[in-house]
Ligand binder design. Sequence first.
Ligand SMILES: *[C@@H]1O[C@H](CO)[C@@H](O)[C@H](O)[C@H]1NC(C)=O
Ligand SMILES: *[C@@H]1O[C@H](CO)[C@@H](O)[C@H](O)[C@H]1NC(C)=O
Ligand SMILES: *[C@@H]1O[C@H](CO)[C@@H](O)[C@H](O)[C@H]1NC(C)=O
Ligand SMILES: *[C@@H]1O[C@H](CO)[C@@H](O)[C@H](O)[C@H]1NC(C)=O
Ligand SMILES: *[C@@H]1O[C@H](CO)[C@@H](O)[C@H](O)[C@H]1NC(C)=O
Ligand SMILES: *[C@@H]1O[C@H](CO)[C@@H](O)[C@H](O)[C@H]1NC(C)=O
Ligand SMILES: *[C@@H]1O[C@H](CO)[C@@H](O)[C@H](O)[C@H]1NC(C)=O
Ligand SMILES: *[C@@H]1O[C@H](CO)[C@@H](O)[C@H](O)[C@H]1NC(C)=O
Length: 461
Amino acid sequence: MTRRSVSWRLVTCLSSSPKLSLNVLCLVVTVFVLLQIWSFHITLQPILLPPSLLTYLNHHHQQQQVSHNDCLMEKLRESVTFLPLKDLRYSNKPLEGHTWFMSSLYDNQTKGEVQYQEFPSESSKGKLLCLKGFDKHDGSWNYYALAWPQALPVNASLKKGLTFVSYNHYDYGNMWHGLSAMVPFVAWSLRNQCEKPQRWVLYHWGELRFNMGTWLREIITATYSQEPEFVRFGDENTPVCFEKAVVMRHNEGGMSRDRRIEVFDLIRCKARNYCNISSSKTSKPQIGMTLLMRTGPRSFKNVSAVTDIFKRECKRVQGCELKVAYSNNLTFCEQVELMRNTDVLVSSHGAQLTNLVLMDRNSSVMEFYPKGWLKLAGVGQFVYLWGANWSGMKHEGSWRDPVGEKCLFPDTDRRCMSVYKNAKIGYNETYFGDWARSVLGKFSVRNMEDVVVRNHDGCQC
Ligand SMILES: *[C@@H]1O[C@H](CO)[C@@H](O)[C@H](O)[C@H]1NC(C)=O
Ligand SMILES: *[C@@H]1O[C@H](CO)[C@@H](O)[C@H](O)[C@H]1NC(C)=O
Ligand SMILES: *[C@@H]1O[C@H](CO)[C@@H](O)[C@H](O)[C@H]1NC(C)=O
Ligand SMILES: *[C@@H]1O[C@H](CO)[C@@H](O)[C@H](O)[C@H]1NC(C)=O
Ligand SMILES: *[C@@H]1O[C@H](CO)[C@@H](O)[C@H](O)[C@H]1NC(C)=O
Ligand SMILES: *[C@@H]1O[C@H](CO)[C@@H](O)[C@H](O)[C@H]1NC(C)=O
Ligand SMILES: *[C@@H]1O[C@H](CO)[C@@H](O)[C@H](O)[C@H]1NC(C)=O
Ligand SMILES: *[C@@H]1O[C@H](CO)[C@@H](O)[C@H](O)[C@H]1NC(C)=O
């Protein structure tokens, strides 16, 4: 029996055209019938022949069908084609449209919503996403492919549950860049019954990453109520396929302001719950003003002089409390709590400003830059202006130091940026005083309007 089935498998697999296999079938049947007739001829009972022949043929037909399917599946598995994750043909426009990451696939775009890809889905025709390769330095040595669940590539392992695959053009260490990469996933979860990922795959330019900054890690842990787990690939030839995968490669691009605000509302709410921060209004100052200081690059040259100005202005407003904090030595939960108690955030340009999304909505941000940034630093310098807008805060403007380090070239020469980039920031007593007064003045009026909204409790997920 086994010998027969083996030979049948061989016959069907060898014959690639159905015609040929039919011919072979006919031949075998003919030989068989002749044999049967010959053997039964002796017993002279030809009447018994048809039922036994029928059973025999039926049996073989089914077996042929099964092995034929096996054979097709085998071919399907062999035909899964892996393409480089980073497509160098698009290196001149790596972020446009389908981007250079998984460039053969298109995102699902609904106006105002997050741009994403989901596998399996209608557009993947039910195919799963498979990834391969463990290169940390060149994304064109890592690969992706789509495969039907019945025909996963040879040697592939299947990861159950939901996997988030993130493409970040910048990095996962910087608070702002990392947060931008997380926003679309949280937006997706909000639209999909708060579904949580079982694991993450992080890519930067198609290169694998296994880590993220502490602050970001805590934000994710708080948002999804579980520590993120990062996929590690065993070796370069073992593909990993995902039962369900969601891919993001445009950060918050395409999302309307309302959608972004929803995401930050959830992150803020989750972070406060995670840190056990009381939601009662009485535990917070009427107007909290916080100087969030940096040490080193872009810190204030004269901390005490700057502090004195804001202290003086805060004292003039009833209910105002001033705090001076250093971002470098606050734990995550200390930052969350500080931001909850902050209505006016005073800080120089830098990653610590990402904390602004954790303030109550409608809070104010005052930002400071060293000399030379406006002309030389590019659009990236406006991230906290955007970030404030996207999270429902009020960016109250920026002060740009007119005095700075000496540069050998004209002020607009790009070579000066290396001089200005990490310079320290001075102060202007008159300007800072007037500015603080005007922001605090607006705030005390606003604060009274918002009583109802500030009291809300419970997160959306
Ligand atoms: C695209 O997303 C919308 C929801 O935003 C969904 O209804 C639709 O089925 C998706 N289309 C595909 C092809 O996945
Ligand atoms: C599958 O794994 C086996 C054993 O590790 C290996 O010999 C074989 O080459 C692999 N096949 C492919 C297509 O990678
Ligand atoms: C918050 O409270 C819970 C339960 O009381 C506790 O297990 C958890 O460690 C607390 N978290 C923090 C950050 O204090
Ligand atoms: C800082 O400013 C104060 C008062 O504005 C001044 O007395 C002090 O000398 C300054 N310190 C430095 C290091 O410049
Ligand atoms: C935090 O850092 C600042 C500056 O490095 C330092 O002056 C301050 O004492 C530190 N605070 C704590 C609680 O360690
Ligand atoms: C923010 O302030 C505006 C008025 O400036 C008010 O209409 C709005 O309701 C406030 N929103 C929140 C969430 O507090
Ligand atoms: C945010 O930006 C949009 C468009 O750029 C603008 O219409 C809106 O008023 C801004 N909102 C705030 C709170 O600054
Ligand atoms: C400080 O700011 C005031 C008010 O904006 C301005 O008139 C003055 O010129 C500034 N002083 C310096 C030294 O830049």
